[in-house]
Structure formats: C-alpha cells, structure tokens
Design a protein around this ligand. Structure first.
Ligand code: SF4
Length: 426
C-alpha cells in the first residue's frame, strides 16, 4: 500500500484518541484544503510543560488490533480499511513533516499488534530512532500499552516527553462489558510503573543534571464518556484516584461517538457535548480550586448539571459558606466564589494589601460580577439575605446557547481543553 494511503487511513483512525489537546476539534465548512484544519489530516495541537502550543503529527502505527473493545472502530471484529506503518516510515514522515515546518512533534498511538510487548517495542524504537539517529528534538507523545513490560516502558520514557495509558472506561464492570481484554488493574500497573520511573529520574537528576529524563511532560489518560451508564460521580472519582495515585498530568474526557457497525449495547447517539464540558470544568475544580470529587456531585444528583457550571452548583448547595468578604477571606475561600478564577484570586490577594477593594476594583480585574456579586461582600457592597442569585436563568441560557451553537463556538468551549483561560474564571 502506498504511503499516502496509509497516512490517510492511520491519521484518520487516530482522531478518536482525545489524549492530546485539540483532538476531536471540528470546524464547520471543514475541508481538507483549509489551512489549520485538524479534522482527519493528522495534525493536532498540544501543550508543552512551559505552556507553548505545538502542532503534532498525530498517527496510529496501525489500526489493526487483536483486542475487541466494542466502542472502538479499530477492534478486531470491525472492518475498516486497515493499514500499518513500518518503524522506518513513521520516522521518515516525522522528520520530513518537521523539516517542512508542518509539525513540531509526534503523537503516536497504536492498536495492539500480536501483544502489548510487541507493540510497545515498536513504539519505543520509533522514539529511540528519532532521538538518537535523527537527532530529533521535538515533542514526542507515545501511547503506553497497558500490560507492556516495564523495561519497554523504560525505553519509551527515556526518549519521549509524555506517555499515556488509556483507561477508556471508569470501572472494571464497564471494561468487562465493553473491553473484555482490559482491566483497571493492568492499566494501574502501567501507570504506576511510569510514575515510579518518573520519580526515580527526578531523584537522580537532583544528584546529577546529566541523569536521563523520563517522560518529563508526565502521563495522561483518556476516559470515554457516555458509552456506558456510569455516572459523572463514578467518572470523577476515578479521575481523582488517578491524579492522586499516579500523579497524572491530565485526564481527557471524550464523549462517546457512535461508530459504524457498533455493538447493540452501545448508545446510538453521542451524549450531549455539554456533559464533556462540565466534566472538564469539574476536573479543573479538582486540580486547581481545591475541591474533592465527592463535593462536586451529590448522591441525589450523581450527574453534573448541564445547566449550571459545577462551581456555581456547589455554591448554591452551600449557602452557609457565603457571603465571602473579599477583603478578609483566605485564598482557599476566595477560590470557591463563582465567577472568580485563580488569576483573579491572585490579583485580589495582592491588591487588598494596599486598599479595601470595592466592586469597581473587581470590574477592573474583569471578574464575572454577574456570577460573583451575589456571593461576596466588598467595601461598598453586601448581598441581600438570603442570597438572591440572579444567575440561574443566565446559566441556563448559556448552556442552551452551547447546545445549539454552531460548531466553531462549541468547539471553542469544548475542545480547547489545554487553555487555562477557558476554565480559569468560573
Ligand atoms: S485496545 Fe485500543 S485500539 Fe484495540 S480495540 Fe481496544 S481501544 Fe481499540
């Protein structure tokens, strides 16, 4: 099969993996001829540890797979056109695309060929060849195949920036039903191995800066949302455990999209995209705002509200926590105010050292006062008692706008998950 045909098949097949930031983004009037189009042409975007956005060549080594995950178009029982790159071909493509300035790095995943070890060995060899033979210094994100030998993970981690082992579904029951060859335990062992090797590498580098780095951009994973009846409570509990236990950098949430000839047990439609967005917001709360997974949902409402962002929903469930005096409250308490993000909390803490802050000061910081005002006390403002929240209707409108927005607007909200600004101010 000619290389261009393989590239078309394997770049397209890679679009289902959301574990790099712009995956899945799709614009209306999409065309293969349009500059910057990320829909199926094999280029995606990701963020380096220093916050730079980089373009990545996003490929599968092969879309053959010996496993039979029912939600996956590449499963053994599926019948898409199949293709497989050689190690030489991936190395050549990466170098040639890089020389032409199309990309700054590589995102490489794969179906399982023969065994996890056989597949991991090839992925690691591509990274080694790029670094040692081609002297390629760009970003490399490799898929870590769950169950692969730790020695192979070690080899891969020495040459790549990020590794990601996809957990795909949040519970063992879900995996048994839809991905019978996978278990949480196997994924855990792989993640734990990567974490241990990263810890070792960091310890060694404290002694000598010449000690080799291991996956310096950390590890991430992907959770598919809406393929099974698992609730947002279950999904967030699993994410929280992965962040704590394996020190993951990111969990990516990918709304299940129906695939051709899908298993009859899978839903026929994709879940509302706003659900994926709410999960990213909740994830942001856990990582940057000090919320625990168990605070974000309730036993009565195990799924996140589609109408209200999770921070605002928490504030309405906890009226006794408010109002918060912005001139006196701790940083931790300020972070709980709807409409005030991490950046503005920092501004408030700094500015109040020299004066008592008024609403006008918050306006200059661009605080979302329509959300925040009902929950705060400022030098010239106290909210009525009980809190009269004008926002419920407004949030409903926002959610409605998102659901019915044309694709570019939704994409901006839903897929640019690496952009702190998107979630930083809610
Ligand atoms: S192991 Fe990965 S590529 Fe293979 S069927 Fe499962 S999800 Fe698809």
């Amino acid at each position: 099969m000619e290389l261009a045909r393989k590239l078309a098949i394997l770049a397209d097949a890679a679009k289902y993996d959301a574990s790099c930031a712009s995956s899945g983004s799709k614009r209306s009037r999409s065309s293969k001829d349009m500059l910057g189009d990320t829909n199926g042409v094999g280029i995606c975007h990701s963020y380096t540890p220093d916050g730079r956005c980089v373009s990545l060549l996003k490929l599968l080594l092969t879309n053959y797979c010996i496993y039979d995950c029912r939600f996956c178009v590449n499963r053994v029982s599926s019948d898409p056109p199949r293709a497989r790159f050689t190690v030489d071909e991936v190395v050549w493509l990466t170098v040639e695309f890089y020389k032409r300035n199309y990309i700054e790095g590589l995102f490489l995943s794969s179906g399982i060929i023969q065994s996890p070890d056989y597949t991991m060995e090839r992925l690691a060899e591509i990274a080694r060849r790029l670094r040692e033979v081609e002297k390629f210094n760009g970003y490399i994100h490799l898929k870590a195949i769950p169950g692969a030998d730790p020695a192979l993970l070690d080899r891969a981690g020495r040459h790549c920036d990020r590794l990601s082992a996809n957990i795909e579904l949040p519970t063992d029951e879900d995996l048994q039903s839809f991905a019978p060859e996978k278990t949480i335990e196997t994924v855990d062992l792989t993640m734990s191995c990567i974490k241990d090797k990263r810890d070792e590498s960091r310890a060694e580098r404290k002694v000598s800066r010449k000690a080799p780095k291991f996956a310096p951009a950390g590890q991430s994973t992907q959770l598919i949302v809406g393929a099974t009846p698992s609730t947002d409570t279950t999904i967030l509990a699993q994410s929280s455990r992965l962040y704590i236990q394996h020190k993951l950098k990111r969990v990516y949430y990918s709304a299940f999209s129906p695939i051709p000839h899908a298993d009859g047990q899978l839903p026929a439609t994709t879940p509302p995209l706003i659900r994926e967005h709410r999960l990213y917001q909740a994830d942001w709360l856990m990582r940057f705002y000090g919320y625990t997974a168990s605070e974000i949902t309730t036993p009565d409402n195990p799924d996140l509200s589609l109408n209200l962002d999770p921070k605002h929903a928490w504030a309405l469930r906890n009226p006794d926590f408010f109002p918060i005096d912005i001139n006196k409250a701790s940083r931790k308490a300020l972070l709980r105010i709807p409409g005030i993000g991490v950046r503005n909390v920092n501004r408030i803490v700094k500015a109040r050292k020299s004066k008592r802050l008024k609403l006008a000061d918050l306006r200059t910081f661009r605080v979302a006062l329509n959300r925040a005002q009902a929950f705060i006390v400022a030098a010239d403002w106290s909210p009525p008692d009980p809190i009269n929240d004008p926002l419920n209707h407004e949030e409903e409108k926002t959610a409605d706008t998102l659901k019915h927005a044309p694709e570019p607007a939704r994409t901006k909200h839903l897929h640019d998950a690496g952009t702190a600004a998107l979630f930083g101010e809610f």
